[in-house]
Design a protein around this ligand. Sequence first.
Ligand code: GDP
Length: 143
Amino acid sequence: MSIERTLSIVKPDGVGRNLIGEVYRRFEQVGLKVVAARMMRLSQAEAEGFYAVHRERPFFKDLVRFMISGPVMVQVLEGENAIAKNREVMGATDPKKADKGTIRADLATSIDENIVHGSDAKDTAAREIAYFFRDIELCPRTR
Ligand code: GDP
Protein backbone atom coordinates (compact mmCIF):
# COMPACT_ATOMS: atom_id res chain seq x y z
CA MET A 1 0.00 0.00 0.00
CA SER A 2 1.27 3.45 -0.78
CA ILE A 3 -0.12 6.97 -0.79
CA GLU A 4 -0.69 7.98 -4.40
CA ARG A 5 -2.17 10.90 -6.28
CA THR A 6 -4.35 10.66 -9.34
CA LEU A 7 -6.01 13.09 -11.74
CA SER A 8 -9.79 13.07 -11.88
CA ILE A 9 -12.18 15.04 -14.06
CA VAL A 10 -15.93 15.44 -13.69
CA LYS A 11 -16.78 15.71 -17.39
CA PRO A 12 -19.26 18.21 -18.91
CA ASP A 13 -22.20 15.80 -18.50
CA GLY A 14 -21.50 15.42 -14.77
CA VAL A 15 -21.15 19.16 -14.23
CA GLY A 16 -24.18 19.91 -16.44
CA ARG A 17 -26.37 17.43 -14.57
CA ASN A 18 -25.30 18.93 -11.23
CA LEU A 19 -23.52 15.77 -10.08
CA ILE A 20 -20.25 17.28 -8.78
CA GLY A 21 -21.29 16.79 -5.17
CA GLU A 22 -22.53 13.25 -5.79
CA VAL A 23 -19.21 12.31 -7.43
CA TYR A 24 -17.15 13.94 -4.65
CA ARG A 25 -19.28 12.15 -2.04
CA ARG A 26 -18.32 8.82 -3.59
CA PHE A 27 -14.61 9.76 -3.57
CA GLU A 28 -14.77 10.81 0.06
CA GLN A 29 -16.71 7.71 1.06
CA VAL A 30 -13.78 5.48 0.02
CA GLY A 31 -11.15 7.72 1.60
CA LEU A 32 -9.96 9.59 -1.49
CA LYS A 33 -9.07 13.15 -0.51
CA VAL A 34 -9.29 16.17 -2.82
CA VAL A 35 -5.91 17.96 -2.65
CA ALA A 36 -6.47 20.38 -5.55
CA ALA A 37 -9.49 21.34 -7.65
CA ARG A 38 -10.41 23.75 -10.41
CA MET A 39 -13.46 24.31 -12.60
CA MET A 40 -12.52 25.23 -16.14
CA ARG A 41 -13.73 25.24 -19.71
CA LEU A 42 -11.16 23.36 -21.80
CA SER A 43 -10.09 24.81 -25.14
CA GLN A 44 -9.95 22.49 -28.13
CA ALA A 45 -6.13 22.48 -27.98
CA GLU A 46 -6.16 21.66 -24.26
CA ALA A 47 -8.60 18.76 -24.74
CA GLU A 48 -6.65 17.43 -27.73
CA GLY A 49 -3.41 17.62 -25.75
CA PHE A 50 -4.90 15.89 -22.76
CA TYR A 51 -6.24 12.99 -24.85
CA ALA A 52 -3.27 12.92 -27.28
CA VAL A 53 -2.79 9.14 -26.76
CA HIS A 54 -6.19 8.61 -28.39
CA ARG A 55 -5.45 10.85 -31.41
CA GLU A 56 -5.69 7.99 -33.93
CA ARG A 57 -8.82 6.42 -32.44
CA PRO A 58 -12.15 6.72 -34.30
CA PHE A 59 -13.85 8.33 -31.30
CA PHE A 60 -11.19 11.05 -30.80
CA LYS A 61 -13.08 13.88 -32.53
CA ASP A 62 -16.31 13.16 -30.66
CA LEU A 63 -14.41 12.84 -27.39
CA VAL A 64 -12.76 16.26 -27.82
CA ARG A 65 -16.05 17.87 -28.92
CA PHE A 66 -17.75 16.47 -25.82
CA MET A 67 -14.97 17.53 -23.44
CA ILE A 68 -15.16 21.16 -24.62
CA SER A 69 -18.98 21.27 -24.64
CA GLY A 70 -19.17 22.72 -21.11
CA PRO A 71 -17.17 23.32 -17.95
CA VAL A 72 -15.34 20.45 -16.30
CA MET A 73 -14.27 20.01 -12.69
CA VAL A 74 -10.66 18.88 -12.48
CA GLN A 75 -9.25 17.51 -9.23
CA VAL A 76 -6.26 15.69 -7.79
CA LEU A 77 -7.21 12.86 -5.44
CA GLU A 78 -4.85 11.53 -2.79
CA GLY A 79 -5.01 8.31 -0.81
CA GLU A 80 -3.80 4.75 -0.43
CA ASN A 81 -3.69 3.18 -3.88
CA ALA A 82 -5.55 6.25 -5.16
CA ILE A 83 -5.10 5.37 -8.84
CA ALA A 84 -6.70 1.91 -8.66
CA LYS A 85 -9.21 2.97 -6.00
CA ASN A 86 -10.47 5.82 -8.17
CA ARG A 87 -10.77 3.48 -11.19
CA GLU A 88 -12.81 1.11 -8.99
CA VAL A 89 -15.17 3.86 -7.87
CA MET A 90 -15.52 5.07 -11.49
CA GLY A 91 -16.36 1.67 -13.00
CA ALA A 92 -15.68 0.44 -16.53
CA THR A 93 -15.43 2.91 -19.43
CA ASP A 94 -18.73 1.66 -20.88
CA PRO A 95 -21.44 2.21 -18.24
CA LYS A 96 -23.31 -0.85 -19.56
CA LYS A 97 -20.33 -2.97 -18.51
CA ALA A 98 -19.61 -1.17 -15.24
CA ASP A 99 -20.33 -2.86 -11.91
CA LYS A 100 -23.44 -1.77 -10.02
CA GLY A 101 -22.61 0.86 -7.39
CA THR A 102 -19.93 2.54 -9.50
CA ILE A 103 -20.22 6.13 -10.71
CA ARG A 104 -20.53 5.13 -14.34
CA ALA A 105 -23.05 2.30 -13.78
CA ASP A 106 -25.22 4.44 -11.52
CA LEU A 107 -24.99 7.84 -13.21
CA ALA A 108 -23.62 7.68 -16.78
CA THR A 109 -25.75 7.49 -19.90
CA SER A 110 -23.28 6.16 -22.53
CA ILE A 111 -19.64 5.40 -23.28
CA ASP A 112 -19.33 8.90 -24.78
CA GLU A 113 -20.89 10.63 -21.80
CA ASN A 114 -19.50 8.66 -18.88
CA ILE A 115 -19.27 11.38 -16.19
CA VAL A 116 -15.68 10.96 -15.04
CA HIS A 117 -12.09 10.63 -16.15
CA GLY A 118 -9.42 9.02 -13.95
CA SER A 119 -5.74 8.33 -14.58
CA ASP A 120 -5.06 4.66 -15.31
CA ALA A 121 -1.43 4.23 -14.13
CA LYS A 122 1.37 5.92 -12.16
CA ASP A 123 3.05 7.47 -15.21
CA THR A 124 -0.20 8.80 -16.69
CA ALA A 125 -1.26 10.14 -13.27
CA ALA A 126 1.99 12.12 -13.00
CA ARG A 127 1.65 13.47 -16.55
CA GLU A 128 -2.04 14.34 -16.16
CA ILE A 129 -1.62 16.06 -12.77
CA ALA A 130 1.22 18.18 -14.20
CA TYR A 131 -1.00 19.02 -17.20
CA PHE A 132 -3.39 20.94 -14.95
CA PHE A 133 -1.64 21.80 -11.69
CA ARG A 134 1.68 23.18 -10.48
CA ASP A 135 3.25 21.47 -7.46
CA ILE A 136 2.54 24.51 -5.31
CA GLU A 137 -1.20 24.14 -5.99
CA LEU A 138 -1.35 20.67 -4.40
CA CYS A 139 -2.26 20.72 -0.72
CA PRO A 140 -1.05 17.59 1.13
CA ARG A 141 -3.77 16.49 3.53
CA THR A 142 -2.29 16.14 6.96
CA ARG A 143 -5.67 15.95 8.73
P1 GDP B 1 -11.25 5.68 -19.46
O1 GDP B 1 -9.83 5.69 -18.94
O2 GDP B 1 -12.10 4.63 -18.82
O3 GDP B 1 -11.89 7.05 -19.45
O4 GDP B 1 -11.16 5.23 -20.99
P2 GDP B 1 -10.07 5.58 -22.12
O5 GDP B 1 -8.92 6.37 -21.58
O6 GDP B 1 -9.78 4.31 -22.85
O7 GDP B 1 -10.89 6.49 -23.12
C1 GDP B 1 -11.08 7.87 -22.86
C2 GDP B 1 -12.52 8.21 -23.12
O8 GDP B 1 -12.80 8.02 -24.52
C3 GDP B 1 -13.53 7.29 -22.42
O9 GDP B 1 -13.83 7.71 -21.11
C4 GDP B 1 -14.74 7.38 -23.32
O10 GDP B 1 -15.50 8.55 -23.04
C5 GDP B 1 -14.11 7.51 -24.69
N1 GDP B 1 -14.02 6.18 -25.32
C6 GDP B 1 -13.14 5.18 -25.05
N2 GDP B 1 -13.35 4.10 -25.82
C7 GDP B 1 -14.41 4.42 -26.61
C8 GDP B 1 -15.10 3.72 -27.64
O11 GDP B 1 -14.81 2.57 -28.00
N3 GDP B 1 -16.13 4.40 -28.24
C9 GDP B 1 -16.48 5.66 -27.86
N4 GDP B 1 -17.49 6.26 -28.48
N5 GDP B 1 -15.84 6.36 -26.90
C10 GDP B 1 -14.82 5.74 -26.27
